[in-house]
Each structure stands twice: as C-alpha cells, then as structure tokens.
Design a binder for this molecule. Structure first.
Ligand SMILES: C[S@@+](CC[C@H](N)C(=O)[O-])C[C@H]1O[C@@H](n2cnc3c(N)ncnc32)[C@H](O)[C@@H]1O
Length: 241
C-alpha cells in the first residue's frame, strides 16, 4: 500500500516505505515540517555525536585548500559551517524550502534537487552529503550529477546512518532507533511518524560494497568506505576520475 501524503502520514498504513515520486514528495514534506526542530532532534538522537561525524566527513573530503564545495542536501547547514571552518568555500543545496529557511549559515543556499543539480559541469572541487543518500529516489542519478559537477580530481564525501553488523550493537541500535527515537520524536518534534520513518529509512541504503560499486560506475576512482561508532554510521569517499 502506498503512503498517504496528506497530513503527517509518511509510512504506508502497513508500515511500508514510500517509493518513487511518492517518496520524493513525502520526504520533502516531512523535512519541511521537521525543519524548526531538526537540529535539536539530531543532537538528541545521535547522543551529541552527529557534529563529530560531520567533521570527520569534512576531514575525509580532503579537497584542494580553499576549494568550492557543494554540500548536497544541506538541510539546516551544519556541514556548510564545518566546511567554512576548514577554509573551504561552501554552497548548500536542498529541495526542502523549510530546511533552507531554518538554516543559519553565511554560505549561499540554493533550492534544488540532487538528481538535477543547477550547477555548471566540472566547476567544483568537492561535494559533501550528510545523512541524505537514503532519502534520494534515484541514487545513481545523484551520483552521476556529483560526477558531472566535479572537476577531474575533485573529491566526494558522504555520510549516512546505517545499521551495525555486530548482533549486540545491532540490537542496541534497534532499541534506541525503533523504540526510543519515535517516542522522543513525539515529545520533542511533535512528529512521531517522521521519527518512525527515519530509522526505517536505513533500509533504502544499499550495502557498502554496492554503494562503492555504484559510485565507481558514476565515474569515481579511489572509492572507499569507513564505518564510525560501531558501524552505525557509514562514510563513503571517492575522487572524480
Ligand atoms: C537527514 S537531512 C540531512 C541534512 C543535513 N545534510 C545534515 O547533515 O543535517 C536530509 C536532507 O536531504 C534533503 N533531500 C532529500 N532528498 C533530496 C533531493 N532529492 N534533493 C535535495 N535535497 C534532498 C532533505 O530535504 C533534508 O534536508
């Protein structure tokens, strides 16, 4: 059964995740609604670790000093701030008008879709992406756009939530994200539905070897992944060939 886009329904009535064009609209609407409370919830559900994960991503980017970096799916701008602090020139892009309106950053912000970037070909030194890979409808189209806008040698670094492979850590992760997080979402963000979607949405993310393969197929070399915090976070990097 497909999801109901109206109201605050994000998952289908049978708990299914939205797909295709429905996913695009559901995700955009959900982040528009969450935007004012998004940062606060991030700190809570990551137990304060999300800032460190984003800084690790900017470190792993290792683009040319002072380079221009597109932060894809920038949300409220946390990665843009970290990029600027490291001396890069960030530009943020997101399709949620609500998230962009809640951003408090000096970087220029653009409303747009990751699968059709309003950016010239080959002009960028880096692309970052925080916690958004699983939200894209067509990941290959997004990877292809990242390849198009980067100059040869340009760097890519993306961070996303995943599920640990260690059974004990996996069980702990499930208790937190499937039990506590929706409750916190109800109390803090007044949106339990969105915080039921967010942990479930890790199912969209392909396994790391497949992600690496698809990034290579889009035109990247030196593709690698690392896991952080017991495997609950994945960091994917590559260089434009
Ligand atoms: C979990 S938030 C991450 C925000 C930010 N990068 C961070 O690290 O906090 C996911 C973001 O992806 C954006 N997003 C999802 N699909 C998108 C698309 N196709 N094009 C642009 N932005 C998209 C959402 O609007 C949302 O702001």
């Amino acid at each position: 059964m497909g999801p109901v886009v109206s109201g605050h329904q994000v998952l289908g009535r049978d708990g299914s995740l939205p797909q295709g064009a429905e996913k695009h609209d559901v995700v955009e609407g959900m982040f528009d609604r969450l935007a004012p409370r998004y940062d606060r919830m991030n700190r809570i559900i990551s137990l304060g670790m999300d800032k460190g994960w984003r800084r690790r991503t900017v470190d792993a980017l290792a683009a040319v000093a002072g380079g221009t970096v597109l932060d894809l799916a920038c949300g409220t701008g946390d990665v843009c701030r970290d990029l600027a602090a490291r001396g890069y020139t960030p530009v943020g892009l997101d399709f949620s008008a609500g998230m962009l309106a809640s951003a408090r950053v000096d970087a220029p912000l653009v409303r747009g879709d990751g699968a059709a970037l309003p950016v010239a070909t080959g002009g960028l030194d880096g692309v970052t992406c925080g916690f958004a890979l699983r939200n894209f409808v067509d990941l290959d189209a997004v990877f292809a756009e990242c390849a198009r806008v980067l100059r040869p040698g340009g760097r890519f670094a993306a961070l996303d939530a995943t599920v640990p492979t260690n059974p004990l850590l996996r069980a702990g992760n499930a208790v937190w994200f499937r039990g506590a997080v929706p409750l916190l979402g109800r109390m803090v963000a007044h949106d339990a539905e969105a915080y039921r979607y967010l942990p479930k949405s890790t199912a969209y993310l392909p396994p790391a070897p497949e992600l690496e393969h698809r990034l290579r197929a889009a035109g990247f070399r030196d593709v690698r992944h690392a896991t952080l915090t017991g495997g609950s976070v994945l960091l994917l990097t590559g260089t434009r060939a």
